[in-house]
Design a protein around this ligand. Structure first.
Ligand code: SF4
Length: 352
């Protein structure tokens, strides 16, 4: 059996940095607004480390000095204002691609433009972006709705996980002759574009495809739709440990497509699941779309750039966290080692 996988499998860089940040939060009193990612097992493991998910800043458990992590989807400006009034220590993990859209709508709104967002109006990313232009944006998802907008000056942005194909089709048909000024920003994130192109190639070349990702993950849903158009045997899998691998044992070429919040470790779980139902040797092949293979991808370049700024943001955020009253740097304490391997200690926690 042959397994085909895209080059962009595993967490996208936005998710990777948010998870890393959550894992590094010290001590107690760490909260996150909404689920950090659409992956139950990852969320549960962070919960075990003490990260508490809340639905709103009105949660009674929050108190002054607590740490509030903002997830990759971002939040409206009002959330940041309220967190500051409540004297919370905000660690902002909004993905730089989302942040860029927030800055664009904020700027164009202040210049008097009508803001149109192509995307899903109920998605937290869109709710967050709208909150940077006083909730004035017109949110549309089709060409028909976009063409109904009457404005003198129009700024169009698009949800990071929107289908590139659909966006191009809508914009191509969109008649701008009655609008004085139109600024269109294709703000789909490059990770999304790359994954969608890989999903297209994989689904056209495989007998069956497993699409891995959370049931409420928008980007996974888009990948699923792409695959469905090209292949009859598509399996939408939330957790590889729950999948019935007998369903795919008779296929020769099986593709695996990853949502952006699915860890790479789950790819190995799928392969292990396949090994249990077939005697055949499983070989793997990685797919990368031709145009993207030629260049150092934009996402890699953005990731490199943003790594520098994120490090300083994180340092600043952690610097604001007040030291514990009970412990001081250099103090000798007894602790229980919770985990270790040949390389040394993995976690030393639980002070005795
Ligand atoms: S999918 Fe793109 S926009 Fe969303 S978190 Fe990942 S890198 Fe950022």
């Amino acid at each position: 059996m042959k397994v085909i996988v895209g080059k962009n499998c595993g967490f996208c860089f936005g998710v990777k940095r948010a998870i890393k940040c959550a894992e590094q939060l010290p001590g107690k009193g760490n909260y996150i607004l909404g689920e950090i990612i659409h992956n139950e097992r990852v969320n549960n493991s962070l919960k075990e480390k003490g990260l508490i998910t809340i639905d709103s800043l009105d949660d009674d458990r929050l108190s002054k000095g607590d740490t509030l992590l903002i997830r990759t989807h971002g939040e409206p400006k009002s959330t940041f204002n309220k967190a500051s009034e409540m004297e919370l220590n905000v660690v902002d993990c909004t993905c730089p691609f989302v942040k860029d859209i927030q800055e664009k709508v904020s700027k164009y709104h202040s210049l008097g433009y009508t803001i149109a967002i192509l995307g899903n109006e109920n998605h937290p990313e869109i709710i967050g972006i709208n909150g940077w232009c006083d909730n004035s944006a017109i949110i549309v998802s089709s060409f028909e709705d976009l063409s109904k907008i009457k404005a003198e000056k129009l700024c169009i942005v698009v949800q990071t996980t929107f289908s590139e194909k659909k966006f191009d089709e809508i914009i191509k048909k969109f008649d701008t002759s009655n609008i004085k000024t139109v600024d269109i920003f294709k703000t789909i994130c490059y990770t999304t574009i790359e994954r969608q192109k890989e999903a297209e190639i994989i689904s056209k070349n495989c007998d069956a495809v497993i699409v891995l990702g959370g049931s409420n993950s928008n980007n996974t849903e888009k990948l699923f739709e792409i695959c469905k158009k090209n292949c009859k045997n598509i399996f939408r899998v939330v957790d590889p440990l729950d999948f019935n691998y007998d369903l795919i044992k008779n296929f020769y070429k099986v593709g695996i497509v990853f949502g952006a919040s699915t860890p790479y470790s789950q790819f190995q779980e799928v392969v292990q699941g396949m090994e249990k139902v077939t005697e055949e040797i499983i070989t793997t092949e990685t797919v990368v779309s031709e145009d993207l293979a030629k260049k150092d991808t934009v996402s890699e370049a953005v990731a490199k750039e943003e790594k520098k700024s994120f490090k300083s943001e994180m340092e600043a955020a952690f610097n604001n966290i007040k030291p514990s009253k009970d412990y001081r740097i250099g103090q000798i304490v007894s602790a229980r080692i919770s985990s270790a391997n040949e390389a040394g200690l993995i976690h030393s926690a639980a002070l005795l």
